[in-house]
Design a protein around this ligand. Structure first.
Ligand code: TEU
Length: 587
């Protein structure tokens, strides 16, 4: 089905959109009956954050790797999306064992990406366009090539020894801890220089910093001030749940890998460390912090993001991302229940992030939608409708505005990700069914989300004039910015409509969320409400038509948004939605 919007329909949409927007929308402060959740407004709650994986966005010098100059050259495009902030994956000096998540100098720019002058220009260019910048802060671990670790491993009495976790070999082998990337899944690595083991929850080249050491925390705070003084507006705390360690390293129950965060994440001290950072650094800046992860319970998430506790501003939980990991699909009723659980759990208590994709998971349209040619555009627009109409701060991922899909890698040499490559070796060593392993990788690998941005139908999608570091998706000949710019009904233009809708309707940011049709395996629908202003979001997450009875007061003729051209939405007493149709309706 071709997803085009005719100009008359666009004009109608614009008209209804404008009609919807109260000329003087009430701010929550003005409201007499503000709900708890709306009592404190903040720019970062109203932000639409666009995540950019710099390695894959735009190469400006032909080395096959994206760079800061490339992003600078695309700032007008980013602005045109209507997003208000950009989160950059790590751009610091790094030997790239884990694509920049292994940092060797926290105050330098990765040479592949450019220079500090480029960074300053990028930040200024964003600010000129009223776009805020969010940086990744990776301080659960550093690179083993960071000067701290180079010193730390030299001798047991080196001044930097306690910057990391060491276990002297004469005490015997330490109790196992799981490593995400180690081929033996073993987070303790023996280092013969000092006859001791060091801890690494990620790769062997990512030794874990010892947060119990106040000097490490001082270093972290100094690094944060360095970037915040430059004008950075937000900080994403990578893998922070693991920062505090169970320092005695007791023997864990055999099944501890079933819920690693519950077993050894969120250890004592973590909340205090966050409060320390907040009080001593963040209080001095108009910037926010977001957690990667949210602990293992709702109470953890509340404790982390409750404003009165002064820890983090926003959580970014993985329960929804982790829910969808079976090859044969997922249960929509369960998925919706998770959205409801998190909305209700945090309402008035903390603040949530809304995302379906990032650099660690598959492309959203391939994971939650339907990426076959017939439904790709509709389902990808449908998913973006969810992202931009839920309560919480939306995080949109580069390329998802176009409906970019997974890439169909079949052999291990096509993958670049350490998680894929080491996972492959580990599975092989364990004698696992490798065909099954490769099928899972094909669907869920992190490299799916990291393929280069699709700018045009040209060779390498206009990403680079050289050889791209990771293959470009062959479907770039059809799915690309240049083509979608020309098509008024493209995913790209629909995305722009959605960002405009959100920015013009505070109800979509702060309004209460009431789920509808919770037992439906097809419909995903809810009402958002703020101070008497209501909007209904109705989506059909399936390939079969679906009908939704309209809640009292809503009028099926007042459709503010519709992702399908010419598809009627009126039905007797309600809405009739075609496959992957999404509409926003006002009373
Ligand atoms: O990811 C951290 C990570 O993988 C887990 O902590 C996460 O909680 C879990 O997968 C959820 O199911 C971050 C980065 O996003 C990732 O790209 C890095 O490789 C990793 O840290 C190491 O820095």
């Amino acid at each position: 089905m071709k997803q085009t919007l005719s100009w008359p329909l666009l004009a109608l949409l614009l008209f209804t959109l404008l009609c919807t927007c109260d000329p003087a929308p009430k701010t929550p402060e003005e409201s007499t009956a503000a709900t708890e959740a709306t009592t404190d407004r903040a720019w970062w709650k109203e932000a639409i954050i666009h995540q950019i994986y710099p390695r894959s966005y735009q190469d400006s010098d032909g080395d096959g790797v994206g760079d800061l100059r490339g992003i600078i050259n695309r700032l007008d495009y980013i602005k045109s999306l209507g997003v208000t902030a950009v989160w950059l994956n790590p751009i610091y000096a790094s030997p790239n064992d884990d694509n920049g998540y292994d940092i060797s100098d926290y105050r330098a720019i990765m040479s592949d990406f450019g220079t500090m002058a480029d960074f300053d220009e990028l930040l200024a260019g964003m600010h000129q366009r009223d776009i805020r910048m969010v940086m990744d802060l990776v301080v659960n671990h550093s690179s083993d090539e960071h000067q701290w670790f180079v010193e730390s491993r030299k001798s047991r009495d080196n001044p930097y020894r306690d910057y990391y976790h060491w276990w002297p070999a004469e005490k015997g082998k330490p109790a196992p801890r799981f490593s995400f990337f180690d081929v033996n899944s073993d987070a303790w690595r023996y280092d013969e220089t000092t006859d001791a083991y060091y801890l690494h929850y990620f790769s062997g080249k990512q030794p874990d910093l010892n947060w119990e050491n106040p000097k490490v925390r001082e270093e972290v705070k100094d690094i944060m001030r360095f970037w915040l003084d430059k004008g950075v507006d937000g900080v994403r705390m990578d893998a922070f749940q693991y920062a505090a360690k169970d320092t005695l390293f007791p023997v864990l129950p055999a099944n501890y890998t079933d819920d690693i965060i519950a077993a050894y994440g969120m250890q004592p001290g973590l909340h205090e460390y966050l409060r320390e950072i907040n009080a001593e650094v963040m209080q001095d800046y108009d910037a926010f912090t977001v957690a990667e992860g949210a602990g293992s319970t709702m109470q953890d998430a509340i404790d982390l993001s409750a404003p009165e506790r002064g820890e983090l501003d926003m959580v970014y939980h993985f329960e929804i991302a982790d829910y969808v990991k079976k090859l044969d699909g997922y249960d929509l009723v369960g998925l919706k229940a998770l959205f409801t659980k998190w909305d209700q759990g945090l309402a008035g208590k903390g603040w949530n992030s809304i995302f379906l994709a990032n650099h660690d998971i598959a492309r959203m349209v391939s994971k939650y939608g339907n990426d076959t040619p017939e439904y790709r555009a509709a389902s990808s627009k449908c998913l973006n409708t969810l992202l931009l109409t839920m309560r919480g701060t939306p995080y949109t991922y580069y390329g998802d505005e176009l409906g970019m899909t997974n890439i169909d890698f079949r052999t291990i040499d096509q993958y670049r990700d350490i998680a894929a490559r080491n996972g492959y070796t580990a599975a092989k060593n364990k004698g696992e069914d490798m065909e099954k392993f490769m099928t899972r990788l094909n669907k869920f690998s992190r490299d799916n989300a990291r393929t280069p941005m699709q700018w045009s139908a040209a060779e390498n999608a206009g990403f680079t004039t050289g050889t791209p570091w990771l293959a470009v998706n062959p479907n770039h000949v059809a799915i690309n910015v240049e083509a979608e710019e020309k098509d008024p009904g493209s995913c790209l233009n629909y995305f722009r409509w959605l960002t405009a809708l959100r920015k013009e309707n505070p109800v979509l940011v702060y309004g209460d969320y009431t789920p509808l049709a919770e037992e439906s395996g097809q419909l995903f629908a809810y009402v958002r409400e703020l101070d008497g202003t209501r909007l209904l979001v109705a989506m059909n997450w399936s390939e079969e038509p679906a009908e939704l009875a309209l809640p009292e007061g809503f009028d099926a003729a007042k459709v503010v948004m519709n992702n399908l051209e010419g598809e009627a939405v009126l039905a007797e007493g309600g809405l009739s939605l075609a496959a992957w149709q999404a509409v926003v309706v006002r009373p």
